[in-house]
Design a protein. Structure first.
Length: 319
Protein backbone atom coordinates (compact mmCIF):
# COMPACT_ATOMS: atom_id res chain seq x y z
CA UNK A 1 0.00 0.00 0.00
CA UNK A 2 1.56 3.30 -1.09
CA UNK A 3 1.14 6.66 0.64
CA UNK A 4 -1.71 7.70 -1.66
CA UNK A 5 -3.65 4.56 -0.74
CA UNK A 6 -3.03 5.28 2.94
CA UNK A 7 -4.48 8.75 2.57
CA UNK A 8 -7.54 7.56 0.66
CA UNK A 9 -8.21 4.85 3.24
CA UNK A 10 -8.12 7.53 5.94
CA UNK A 11 -10.68 9.47 3.94
CA UNK A 12 -8.31 12.23 2.91
CA UNK A 13 -5.71 13.10 0.28
CA UNK A 14 -2.22 13.20 1.73
CA UNK A 15 -0.56 16.49 0.86
CA UNK A 16 -0.78 19.83 -0.88
CA UNK A 17 2.61 21.46 -1.48
CA UNK A 18 3.17 25.05 -0.42
CA UNK A 19 6.04 27.46 0.06
CA UNK A 20 6.94 28.65 3.54
CA UNK A 21 10.11 30.62 2.88
CA UNK A 22 11.24 32.81 5.76
CA UNK A 23 12.29 36.26 4.56
CA UNK A 24 14.50 38.29 6.87
CA UNK A 25 12.87 41.66 7.54
CA UNK A 26 14.64 44.93 8.30
CA UNK A 27 14.20 44.71 12.08
CA UNK A 28 15.76 41.26 12.13
CA UNK A 29 18.59 42.41 9.89
CA UNK A 30 19.26 45.33 12.23
CA UNK A 31 19.32 42.93 15.19
CA UNK A 32 21.83 40.66 13.45
CA UNK A 33 24.01 43.52 12.20
CA UNK A 34 24.16 45.06 15.66
CA UNK A 35 25.22 41.66 17.00
CA UNK A 36 27.99 41.49 14.38
CA UNK A 37 26.92 38.52 12.27
CA UNK A 38 25.08 37.64 9.07
CA UNK A 39 22.22 35.19 8.57
CA UNK A 40 21.98 33.38 5.24
CA UNK A 41 19.08 30.94 4.66
CA UNK A 42 20.18 27.47 3.57
CA UNK A 43 16.85 26.33 2.13
CA UNK A 44 13.32 27.58 1.56
CA UNK A 45 11.91 26.12 4.77
CA UNK A 46 14.59 25.26 7.30
CA UNK A 47 18.17 26.14 8.14
CA UNK A 48 20.45 29.19 8.07
CA UNK A 49 24.17 29.88 8.15
CA UNK A 50 25.46 32.21 10.86
CA UNK A 51 28.64 33.97 9.73
CA UNK A 52 30.87 36.19 11.85
CA UNK A 53 30.58 34.49 15.25
CA UNK A 54 33.36 32.64 17.08
CA UNK A 55 31.59 30.41 19.60
CA UNK A 56 34.83 29.63 21.42
CA UNK A 57 34.62 33.14 22.85
CA UNK A 58 32.07 34.28 25.44
CA UNK A 59 28.78 35.42 23.91
CA UNK A 60 27.32 38.71 25.14
CA UNK A 61 23.66 39.13 26.03
CA UNK A 62 22.78 41.07 22.88
CA UNK A 63 24.54 38.53 20.65
CA UNK A 64 22.76 35.69 22.43
CA UNK A 65 19.41 37.44 21.93
CA UNK A 66 20.11 37.75 18.20
CA UNK A 67 21.19 34.10 17.90
CA UNK A 68 18.08 33.03 19.81
CA UNK A 69 15.89 35.04 17.41
CA UNK A 70 17.62 33.54 14.36
CA UNK A 71 17.18 30.04 15.84
CA UNK A 72 13.44 30.53 16.39
CA UNK A 73 13.01 31.93 12.89
CA UNK A 74 15.13 29.39 10.98
CA UNK A 75 14.76 26.31 13.25
CA UNK A 76 18.29 25.06 12.45
CA UNK A 77 21.45 27.18 12.63
CA UNK A 78 24.85 26.23 11.23
CA UNK A 79 28.10 27.85 12.38
CA UNK A 80 30.97 26.79 10.11
CA UNK A 81 34.69 26.78 10.87
CA UNK A 82 34.35 26.58 14.65
CA UNK A 83 37.13 25.37 16.96
CA UNK A 84 35.32 24.35 20.12
CA UNK A 85 36.56 22.62 23.22
CA UNK A 86 34.14 20.52 25.25
CA UNK A 87 33.92 23.35 27.76
CA UNK A 88 33.02 25.79 24.95
CA UNK A 89 30.28 23.46 23.76
CA UNK A 90 28.82 23.06 27.23
CA UNK A 91 29.08 26.79 27.99
CA UNK A 92 27.33 27.96 24.82
CA UNK A 93 24.64 25.24 24.84
CA UNK A 94 23.98 25.95 28.51
CA UNK A 95 22.98 29.51 27.69
CA UNK A 96 19.70 28.07 26.34
CA UNK A 97 18.85 26.11 29.48
CA UNK A 98 19.80 23.16 31.66
CA UNK A 99 21.62 20.40 29.77
CA UNK A 100 20.88 16.69 29.81
CA UNK A 101 23.62 14.37 31.09
CA UNK A 102 24.71 10.95 29.83
CA UNK A 103 26.51 7.79 30.83
CA UNK A 104 29.09 7.14 28.13
CA UNK A 105 29.61 3.60 26.73
CA UNK A 106 33.36 3.99 27.24
CA UNK A 107 33.49 6.05 30.45
CA UNK A 108 36.52 7.76 31.88
CA UNK A 109 37.35 7.37 35.57
CA UNK A 110 36.34 10.97 35.98
CA UNK A 111 34.11 12.41 33.28
CA UNK A 112 34.40 16.21 33.33
CA UNK A 113 31.63 16.70 30.76
CA UNK A 114 28.68 14.34 31.32
CA UNK A 115 26.60 16.84 29.31
CA UNK A 116 28.32 15.71 26.09
CA UNK A 117 26.91 12.74 24.17
CA UNK A 118 29.47 11.22 21.79
CA UNK A 119 28.17 10.23 18.35
CA UNK A 120 30.75 8.00 16.70
CA UNK A 121 31.34 4.71 14.90
CA UNK A 122 34.88 4.37 16.31
CA UNK A 123 35.85 1.69 18.80
CA UNK A 124 38.63 1.69 21.37
CA UNK A 125 41.47 -0.86 21.31
CA UNK A 126 39.43 -3.25 23.45
CA UNK A 127 36.54 -3.06 20.97
CA UNK A 128 34.35 -0.86 23.16
CA UNK A 129 32.57 1.90 21.21
CA UNK A 130 33.70 5.40 22.16
CA UNK A 131 30.24 6.68 21.23
CA UNK A 132 26.89 5.63 19.83
CA UNK A 133 24.83 5.40 16.61
CA UNK A 134 27.47 3.59 14.50
CA UNK A 135 27.52 4.06 10.71
CA UNK A 136 24.00 3.00 9.72
CA UNK A 137 21.29 5.35 8.57
CA UNK A 138 19.17 6.93 11.31
CA UNK A 139 15.52 7.41 10.26
CA UNK A 140 13.54 10.63 10.63
CA UNK A 141 12.67 11.39 14.24
CA UNK A 142 12.45 14.01 16.97
CA UNK A 143 14.88 13.53 19.83
CA UNK A 144 13.57 11.72 22.90
CA UNK A 145 9.87 12.08 22.11
CA UNK A 146 9.40 8.98 24.27
CA UNK A 147 9.99 11.10 27.41
CA UNK A 148 7.44 13.27 29.19
CA UNK A 149 9.46 16.43 28.57
CA UNK A 150 11.54 15.99 25.41
CA UNK A 151 14.50 18.37 24.99
CA UNK A 152 13.79 21.72 23.39
CA UNK A 153 17.14 22.00 21.61
CA UNK A 154 19.82 19.65 20.34
CA UNK A 155 23.30 20.56 19.10
CA UNK A 156 25.91 18.64 17.12
CA UNK A 157 29.56 19.57 16.61
CA UNK A 158 31.58 17.86 13.88
CA UNK A 159 35.12 16.93 14.99
CA UNK A 160 35.94 14.15 12.49
CA UNK A 161 33.56 13.96 9.53
CA UNK A 162 33.12 11.60 6.61
CA UNK A 163 34.07 12.55 3.06
CA UNK A 164 30.97 10.82 1.76
CA UNK A 165 27.72 9.91 3.47
CA UNK A 166 26.65 10.76 7.01
CA UNK A 167 24.72 13.87 5.98
CA UNK A 168 22.22 15.08 8.58
CA UNK A 169 18.82 16.12 7.23
CA UNK A 170 16.21 18.44 8.70
CA UNK A 171 12.50 19.05 8.09
CA UNK A 172 10.22 21.83 9.32
CA UNK A 173 7.16 20.50 11.13
CA UNK A 174 5.59 23.97 10.76
CA UNK A 175 5.66 23.38 7.02
CA UNK A 176 4.31 19.85 7.47
CA UNK A 177 1.34 21.21 9.44
CA UNK A 178 0.72 24.23 7.20
CA UNK A 179 0.57 22.05 4.06
CA UNK A 180 -1.42 19.19 5.58
CA UNK A 181 -4.71 18.42 3.85
CA UNK A 182 -7.57 20.06 5.71
CA UNK A 183 -9.53 16.87 6.29
CA UNK A 184 -6.55 15.07 7.73
CA UNK A 185 -5.75 18.10 9.86
CA UNK A 186 -9.27 18.05 11.31
CA UNK A 187 -8.99 14.32 11.97
CA UNK A 188 -5.82 14.64 14.08
CA UNK A 189 -6.37 18.05 15.69
CA UNK A 190 -6.83 17.38 19.40
CA UNK A 191 -5.59 13.77 19.13
CA UNK A 192 -2.77 12.40 21.24
CA UNK A 193 0.01 10.10 20.03
CA UNK A 194 1.47 7.51 22.37
CA UNK A 195 5.25 7.41 22.05
CA UNK A 196 6.50 3.95 22.96
CA UNK A 197 9.49 4.38 25.31
CA UNK A 198 11.09 0.99 24.63
CA UNK A 199 12.04 1.18 20.96
CA UNK A 200 14.61 3.42 19.31
CA UNK A 201 13.88 5.25 16.05
CA UNK A 202 14.79 2.28 13.83
CA UNK A 203 12.38 -0.01 15.70
CA UNK A 204 14.97 -1.88 17.77
CA UNK A 205 13.88 -2.66 21.33
CA UNK A 206 16.27 -1.36 23.96
CA UNK A 207 18.01 -4.37 25.57
CA UNK A 208 16.96 -3.47 29.11
CA UNK A 209 13.23 -3.80 28.28
CA UNK A 210 11.02 -6.91 28.29
CA UNK A 211 9.73 -7.70 24.75
CA UNK A 212 6.42 -8.92 26.19
CA UNK A 213 5.74 -5.45 27.62
CA UNK A 214 6.29 -3.83 24.22
CA UNK A 215 4.65 -6.29 21.82
CA UNK A 216 1.51 -4.17 21.32
CA UNK A 217 1.75 -0.37 20.92
CA UNK A 218 -1.77 0.00 22.36
CA UNK A 219 -0.66 -1.34 25.75
CA UNK A 220 3.08 -0.65 25.82
CA UNK A 221 4.35 2.04 28.23
CA UNK A 222 5.10 5.52 27.02
CA UNK A 223 3.91 9.14 27.28
CA UNK A 224 1.20 10.68 25.14
CA UNK A 225 1.84 13.95 23.29
CA UNK A 226 -0.44 15.97 21.01
CA UNK A 227 -0.04 15.24 17.29
CA UNK A 228 -0.52 18.95 16.67
CA UNK A 229 1.37 20.99 19.22
CA UNK A 230 1.72 24.73 19.72
CA UNK A 231 5.27 26.02 19.94
CA UNK A 232 5.64 27.73 23.34
CA UNK A 233 7.77 30.59 21.99
CA UNK A 234 6.54 31.24 18.46
CA UNK A 235 2.89 30.36 19.12
CA UNK A 236 2.75 28.50 15.80
CA UNK A 237 1.22 25.06 15.33
CA UNK A 238 3.29 22.17 14.04
CA UNK A 239 3.11 18.40 13.69
CA UNK A 240 4.77 16.46 16.48
CA UNK A 241 5.25 12.87 15.34
CA UNK A 242 8.34 11.78 17.28
CA UNK A 243 9.26 8.44 15.72
CA UNK A 244 7.25 6.20 13.43
CA UNK A 245 7.73 2.72 14.84
CA UNK A 246 5.44 1.47 17.63
CA UNK A 247 3.43 4.67 17.90
CA UNK A 248 -0.32 4.62 18.43
CA UNK A 249 -3.22 7.11 18.39
CA UNK A 250 -5.54 6.32 21.34
CA UNK A 251 -9.22 6.27 20.43
CA UNK A 252 -8.68 4.48 17.11
CA UNK A 253 -8.26 0.83 16.30
CA UNK A 254 -4.67 -0.20 15.70
CA UNK A 255 -5.41 -0.54 11.98
CA UNK A 256 -7.01 2.93 11.79
CA UNK A 257 -4.13 4.42 13.76
CA UNK A 258 -1.61 2.90 11.36
CA UNK A 259 -3.43 4.27 8.30
CA UNK A 260 -3.55 7.78 9.76
CA UNK A 261 0.09 7.67 10.84
CA UNK A 262 1.15 6.39 7.41
CA UNK A 263 -0.65 9.36 5.82
CA UNK A 264 0.94 11.84 8.24
CA UNK A 265 4.44 10.46 7.83
CA UNK A 266 4.30 10.14 4.05
CA UNK A 267 3.43 13.84 3.97
CA UNK A 268 5.82 15.07 6.66
CA UNK A 269 9.07 13.41 5.54
CA UNK A 270 9.12 14.21 1.84
CA UNK A 271 12.80 14.76 1.13
CA UNK A 272 12.13 17.51 -1.41
CA UNK A 273 11.17 19.58 1.65
CA UNK A 274 14.36 18.68 3.54
CA UNK A 275 17.74 20.34 3.89
CA UNK A 276 20.80 18.09 4.42
CA UNK A 277 24.05 19.30 5.95
CA UNK A 278 27.14 17.98 4.18
CA UNK A 279 29.51 18.00 7.11
CA UNK A 280 32.82 19.84 7.25
CA UNK A 281 35.16 19.72 10.25
CA UNK A 282 34.20 22.49 12.64
CA UNK A 283 30.51 22.58 11.71
CA UNK A 284 28.32 23.34 14.72
CA UNK A 285 24.58 22.80 14.27
CA UNK A 286 21.78 23.63 16.69
CA UNK A 287 18.12 22.86 16.06
CA UNK A 288 14.73 23.40 17.63
CA UNK A 289 13.62 19.92 18.66
CA UNK A 290 10.04 21.13 19.19
CA UNK A 291 9.30 21.86 15.52
CA UNK A 292 11.77 19.86 13.43
CA UNK A 293 12.62 16.28 12.58
CA UNK A 294 16.05 15.07 11.55
CA UNK A 295 17.71 12.00 10.09
CA UNK A 296 21.16 10.78 9.09
CA UNK A 297 22.31 9.04 5.95
CA UNK A 298 24.50 5.95 6.27
CA UNK A 299 28.23 6.05 5.65
CA UNK A 300 30.96 3.46 5.13
CA UNK A 301 31.78 1.66 8.35
CA UNK A 302 35.53 2.09 7.74
CA UNK A 303 35.19 5.89 7.70
CA UNK A 304 35.89 7.72 10.96
CA UNK A 305 33.23 10.01 12.40
CA UNK A 306 33.21 11.81 15.75
CA UNK A 307 30.58 14.34 16.71
CA UNK A 308 29.83 15.77 20.15
CA UNK A 309 26.21 16.49 20.98
CA UNK A 310 24.38 18.34 23.73
CA UNK A 311 20.68 18.59 24.53
CA UNK A 312 18.85 21.38 26.34
CA UNK A 313 16.04 20.27 28.63
CA UNK A 314 12.57 21.69 28.22
CA UNK A 315 10.62 22.93 31.23
CA UNK A 316 7.19 21.86 30.00
CA UNK A 317 5.49 19.06 28.14
CA UNK A 318 4.36 19.44 24.53
CA UNK A 319 0.84 20.85 24.34
Amino acid sequence: MDSGDAGRLAGVPVARPAMTTHFIDRSENDLYENAGFRVTPLSERVGADICGIDLSRPVSDNVFEAIHTAWLQNLVLRFRGQHLSDSDLVRFSGMFGELDTYTHPNPLEEDPYPEIFIVSNITAEDGTPIGQLGADAVPWHTDMSYTKKPPKMSTLYGIEVTAQGGETGFLSMYHAYDTLDGNLRKKVEGCLLKQDDGHVADGTLRPEFDPDDYADPRTSPGPQHPIVRTHPESGRKCLYLGKRNFSYIPGFSLEESEVILDALWSHAIREEFAWFNEWEPGDFLMWDNRCTMHSRRAFHHASRRIHHRTQVKDTERPR
